[in-house]
Each structure stands twice: as C-alpha cells, then as structure tokens.
Design a binder for this molecule. Structure first.
Ligand SMILES: [Zn+2]
Length: 63
C-alpha cells in the first residue's frame, strides 16, 4: 500500500481510498490532482483533433 503524507499535519496515511486524513480529518488533495490529469488529457485530445482537422483542410485545399 502506498504511503501518502498529509499536507496539513505531515503524517503518513496508508489507506489508498481515504478522502480525509485519519489524524487531523482534513481532505487529502490527491483527488484534485487526479481531476487535473483528466483535464490535461482532454486538452491534449482537443489539440490532436485540431491538428488532424487542419491537416485534412490543408489536403482538401491542395486538391
Ligand atoms: Zn492530516
């Protein structure tokens, strides 16, 4: 099981599924990191789609 250091009391939490620190009761902010990863992957997907569309438009103009 992975150790997670609480940002508030600096104590290690060993429960992977815990949303709150077992020592001080504050929210562990690792879920926010997970959500930002999803947002970044959406941005990357949108960038690839725009790149592909611009390539398609470029080839249509050349024909
Ligand atoms: Zn804590």
């Amino acid at each position: 099981m992975a150790e997670y250091i609480c940002p508030h009391c600096k104590k290690p939490n060993f429960d992977d599924d815990a949303l709150r620190c077992i020592y001080c009761g504050e929210f562990l902010n690792r879920r926010i990191g997970f959500l930002s990863d999803i947002r970044y992957s959406h941005v990357a997907t949108a960038f690839i789609v725009i790149l592909l569309l611009s390539f398609i438009v470029f080839f249509i103009i050349r024909l």
